[in-house]
Design a protein around this ligand. Sequence first.
Ligand code: SF4
Ligand code: FES
Length: 180
Amino acid sequence: MTQDPVQGGPLPDDLARGKAYAGDEVTVYYDAPRCVHVANCVRGLPAVFRPRERPWIQVWNEADAARVAEVVRTCPTGALHYALHGAPPEAPAVPTTITPVTDGPLTLRGDLRLQTPAGELREVRAALCRCGASGNKPFCDGTHARIGWKSDQPGGQAPPDQRGDGHPEEGQQADGARRD
Ligand code: SF4
Ligand code: FES
């Protein structure tokens, strides 16, 4: 059962993107093209987020569903979301924050309405490309690291031949690793 979100934020279906990993009390959703390997999830709950195993998300290894949700909320890119069964969806941060990552994207937290090539997208967390080279704009896809983009360099732009338009396959990460 789902309930209305608090504070008028995104609805549960807005945040249920990507592949679902269901447990008894919580379902974790993983939207692979949005993952840039920050690895907050792996550090936070290594028993659940196991990138060398299949499936790589094993929600059944943590009895405390609220702890799973807590770690999912540390994912800065919005690659991970959760649904606590019978509970409201993740509440957006108030006020909205925008934080530049050194040599990387802008990370946002709040009640977000993002205009994307696929239409408007409701979000609570996102990492937006500022190097110009992402193949998944407006989102960061990790390309900034591969091309050595520096946020303090004059102009801050990647060379034109490095402005990728290739899109990572489902499960394909910017550094070539795969997750299913
Ligand atoms: S971006 Fe999110 S899902 Fe990807 S490794 Fe980092 S915390 Fe985990
Ligand atoms: S800032 Fe990460 S791909 Fe552009």
